[in-house]
Ligand binder design. Structure first.
Ligand code: AQP
Length: 343
């Protein structure tokens, strides 16, 4: 089986965008691939964060992975910081990463500007090295990536090739290694279109954990009343009827797309049903579909979190499995880079 890895940052509540854009796709992937899904807590500290919340959010994110349908008999689920090699490999990769590669990353430019330029943390700059370590450590064949992570995955691929060239092959063999490549070069898995969920208050920005207003997103754990309130107050427009794909109506396209996915209908069915509807008629329909889709996930989350030992056991077993795979890579990398082994 080919191996796939992916993760979500525990930087806030998991929202509909994380679910429809990432976690829901993972559920489909776990049948075909050998999957490792982790909670990337080490990435979550690259921007200022609340130490009282990080642990809780990490636990909630893990519980939601399971509640959304990640099956631990098929996939390994673990917390990134529980497998120390992510950090070790990141450092070793840093040694082969030209600073220029990191400085040209769009996400670094945008996020560091927001943090006040020179005041942004070094971790924000080396974030792509940690992400490359997350992937290369497990010799992943593919990584599901959205538009905003494409550049980081490309860097991971270039880095894998660079390290293979610098330290692999004959040079590694001379040091007693098996020779050949140290890392598999991962391929991107681009999810189908339509999975990008936009903010409820601005159809041109993506739904995001870090947006200041909670009214801009539907969190997977929002109550029925809160979901109803958020949909009632979300941004719409004053055109007649409803339609997909009109660039002048980003909110309309977003809400219809969300409805289509959570109701399990086709685009054509949604069009037939909704094209002549007013917002007043459509909003309760969307609210009900959202509640119906999210209720079983919420019930499952409650069951999982009622029993803390269960989740901890799952995470511990996941970390054991991941450590086994990671250790094999690390032994090779240390050897190929010429380190003196502990005997
Ligand atoms: N709005 C979205 N629509 C579709 N997919 C989305 N993802 C995030 N937002 C949307 C996908 O969720 C996964 C987790 O990404 P992350 O934890 O690295 O967070 P992010 O991409 O930076 O976006 P968030 O969740 O809104 O967090 P903040 O606000 O902290 O940036 C990824 O696969 C991502 O594509």
């Amino acid at each position: 089986k080919k191996r796939v890895v992916s993760g979500v940052q525990p930087t806030g509540s998991i929202h509909l965008g994380n679910y429809l854009g990432a976690i829901k796709n993972w559920v489909a992937l776990q049948d075909t691939y050998e999957a490792l899904f982790f909670i990337v807590d080490l990435h979550a500290i690259t921007l200022p964060y609340d130490t009282r919340q990080l642990g809780n959010t990490t636990r909630d994110t893990a519980a939601l992975y399971l509640a959304c349908g990640i099956d631990v008999s098929k996939a390994s689920v673990f917390v990134q910081s529980h497998v120390r090699s992510h950090l070790e490999l990141m450092w070793l990769l840093c040694a082969s990463t030209p600073i220029g590669w990191l400085q040209k990353m769009i996400q670094f430019k945008e996020k560091s500007r927001k943090e006040g330029g020179e005041n942004a943390s070094v971790s924000l700059l080396v974030y792509p090295d940690l992400m490359a370590a997350d992937i290369l450590l497990y010799q992943a064949d593919c990584v599901p990536v959205g538009e905003d992570q494409k550049q980081h995955l490309e860097l991971a691929r270039e880095l894998a090739q660079r390290v293979n060239h610098l330290y692999g092959g004959k040079k590694w063999k001379k040091l007693g290694g098996r020779g050949g490549s140290l890392f598999k070069v991962p391929e991107p898995l681009i999810p189908q279109a339509g999975a990008r969920v936009m903010s409820l208050t601005d159809g041109l920005s993506k739904m995001s954990k870090s947006a200041p207003s909670d009214m801009s997103r539907i969190n997977l754990l929002d109550s029925k009343d809160l979901i109803a309130d958020k949909i009632k107050r979300c941004k719409t427009d004053s055109f007649a009827g409803l339609e997909f794909d009109n660039a002048e109506r980003p909110e309309c396209n977003n809400l219809l797309s969300v409805y289509q996915i959570v109701s399990g209908k086709t685009k054509e069915e949604v069009m037939l049903e909704c094209k002549d509807m007013s917002w007043g008629k459509f909003k309760p329909l969307l609210t009900d579909a959202l509640i119906e889709h999210l209720s079983p996930i919420q019930a499952c989350y409650q069951e999982i979190t009622a029993e803390t030992d269960y989740l901890d056991k799952v995470l511990s077993e996941g970390a054991d499995r991941a450590t086994e795979l990671a250790d094999a890579t690390m032994r090779n990398v240390y050897q190929a880079m010429g380190f003196y082994p502990r005997r």
